[in-house]
Design a protein around this ligand. Sequence first.
Ligand code: ACO
Length: 326
Amino acid sequence: NINVGILGTGSYLPEKIVTNKDLEQQIDTTDEWIRSRTGIEERRIAKACESTSDLGIIAAKKALEDANVDAKEIDLIIVATLTPDYTFPSTACIIQHQLGAKKAAAYDLSAACSGFIYGVASGAQFIESGLYKYVLVIGAETITKILDWEDRSTCVLFGDGAGACVLGPVNDERGFKSFVLGSDGSGGALLSQPSSGSKQPITPETIAAKANTLKMVGSEVFKFAVRVMGNVSEEAVEKSGLRKEDIDFFVPHQANIRIIEPAMKRLGLGMDKVYINLNKYGNMSSASIPVALDEAIRFGQIKKGDTVILVGFGAGLTWGATVVTM
Ligand code: ACO
């Protein structure tokens, strides 16, 4: 089997910053409530003219440069997103064209906040099997475009951004050591965009009822997230054949600091071993993990040879984790 690893990473955040104080002017909330319940202080918001592919392309170009791989060498592009430019064509095809990735196959992947983990797990299989050499995996969202800006229980939580990585063959010590993926569709209604597809097509009536915006039963998703983040991380370590002590760093999905802290306790890792950027960006769904990974590498918190857990959970419900040596 060919050993697969992460050759390079990149990320991009829209320029516009909206702070909790700014939101205080718009809805019945406070900086204190948002900060103490979630850890979020501010988030980035894409411009009206900025789409998910626009953010994803910039992150992808940075990842290709970091990996020293030309777009023309890419065999496959996977875009994990719950806010694609269109239902079709896929955002991956839009990015394939913009990058000039002439020989690449391209598809979108729908696993919400677990999408990036699903993406690297899927992409790695193509390389391990020998079918492809280089796979570009992007997590990109303009989630603020599907929020109900009058619903304080959801609109304060999310932000826009994109992260990417290039997967390819690596030597034996490096690379992915395990993948854990899972789903429980019985929890689908806990986090959804009800009017967005064939079940409840977007009509003037569904728009008037705001059924085309993100709906979440926050307290239920919270309980699920706390349970699953610890469980899945432990399972990924066990499957990798390593011990908890071998883990150098933790890059979790960035939804809420109160979801991350219990997972760190269970893994026996101190809070200095986790990268947190939800204070700056909020929950960016599929973009949260790749942006955090890219920043942790750039800021020197993850070094070559470090063994890292990436873990996500989200709508579906879905979850996923991987142990990877950088
Ligand atoms: N400002 C002020 N008050 C608020 C706000 C707000 N922005 N939002 C809710 N409240 C109020 C509620 O109305 C409620 O008031 P009440 O008690 O008078 O009814 C009170 O605060 C408490 O609300 P809870 O929902 O119980 O607050 P909780 O402590 O559970 O925190 C939160 C809510 C932050 C949403 C939490 O449940 C959470 O983080 N859930 C998980 C969210 C998540 O991770 N989602 C993403 C999954 S990933 C994906 O795929 C997109």
